[in-house]
Design a protein around this ligand. Structure first.
Ligand SMILES: Nc1ncnc2c1ncn2[C@@H]1O[C@H](COP(=O)(O)OP(=O)(O)O)[C@@H](O)[C@H]1O
Ligand SMILES: [Mg+2]
Length: 316
């Protein structure tokens, strides 16, 4: 028996959400946003919080500053039942922040990575990994040191006996430097969205991109927004349509919630069809409330939204 089901490894920051904005910002001008919220941000944190809500025992290894945004990160993770005893706090760098300008189903983000860009392989204690069944890594391009040392980190995870999932997320520099042949054989579940998968493989279609990684990948899950998701294994491909939400509040974190749904089923030993169903459902539930964690306040809240909006029975 391991102490934790999942160890979330990586980036921690806060999100400053600006909603109902009067147009696009322009240099030298000022515009109003009619709503503002400060929440726990970062793909990996949203994943961790929502996987914990879905019933997994989750711990976090990530780097934050000893500052007020760091306190927001810690208290929110704690409220969401994520273990914070393995967090690394530093004095000489600030906790990261992402400013998010929301426009209906899409958004423009600006990120100050701060402390999270510094965490590398030597900061990760092997005994933390050994305490967990599974490790999840996300946003590899946002974390400078983690990106540079990714192969060593992935190797360490496997040496410590955990299964591993990875979501790449967007590359702000759009260099998409990712060695599929070296990294993917060590990743049990690879979870990019369509755009990211095509970018890292330099292909123009999902079909070509899937073919390009097939020799190296174990299970690949391609997230396709309102078109649902595609699970690819060595043996087969399975597309599952989205449980469409026609009145989306916002789509922030839909992919992270998908990952949380999929992986919380995966660590319980469920088959890939069930994992994909719970991923799609968690992604859909995510879009019914603001931000990445708004719809995941409690198990009961997720069960209620699953039933009310999508007619799905979820006994967590
Ligand atoms: N409008 C929506 N209605 C229902 N489900 C959605 C909607 N948008 C996204 N999802 C679900 O969430 C998953 C992840 O969203 P997606 O936008 O593909 O990820 P990412 O945020 O990583 O780009 C999708 O695979 C889908 O199952
Ligand atoms: Mg994503």
């Amino acid at each position: 028996m391991k102490k934790f089901d999942i160890l979330a490894l990586g980036e921690l920051n806060v999100d400053l959400l600006l909603n109902r904005i009067g147009g696009f910002p322009e240099i030298g001008k000022e515009i109003f946003a009619k709503e503002m919220t400060l929440t726990l941000g970062s793909s990996t944190a949203i994943f961790a919080a929502n996987a914990a809500t879905l019933g997994a025992k989750v711990s976090f290894v990530g780097m934050i500053g000893r500052d007020s945004f760091g306190e927001v990160v810690k208290s929110t993770l704690q409220q969401r039942k994520v273990d914070i005893s393995n967090l690394i706090e530093v004095d000489d760098e600030a906790t990261g922040l992402t400013a998010i300008l929301n426009y209906d189903n899409d958004r423009a983000n600006v990120t100050y990575p701060g402390a999270m860009s510094r965490m590398g392989v030597k900061d990760i204690r092997p005994e933390n990994i050994r305490e967990a069944k599974h490790v999840h890594i996300s946003s590899i391009f946002l974390q400078e040191t983690l990106h540079r040392e990714l192969f060593d980190i992935v190797k360490l995870v496997k040496e410590c006996g955990a299964t591993l999932s990875m979501d790449v997320q967007f590359d702000p520099e759009e260099t998409w430097d990712f060695d599929c042949a070296k990294i993917l054989p060590l990743v049990d579940v690879f979870m990019p969205n369509e755009q990211e998968l095509m970018a890292i493989t330099c292909k123009d279609s999902v079909e070509e991109a899937v073919a390009a990684i097939r020799p190296y990948a174990n299970v690949t899950v391609v997230k396709m927004g309102t078109c649902g998701s595609l699970v690819v294994t060595r043996e087969k491909e399975h597309h599952m349509p989205a449980m469409l939400n026609k009145s989306v509040v916002d789509a922030i974190g839909a992919g992270d919630s998908f990952d949380a749904g999929f992986i919380s089923a995966y660590v319980r030993g469920k088959d890939l069809d069930y994992c994909q169903w719970l991923g799609n459902l968690a992604g859909a539930v995510n879009t019914t409330a603001a931000g990445g964690t708004g719809a995941f306040a409690s198990k009961a809240a997720v069960e209620e939204s699953a039933q009310k909006y999508f007619g799905q029975q979820l006994a967590l």
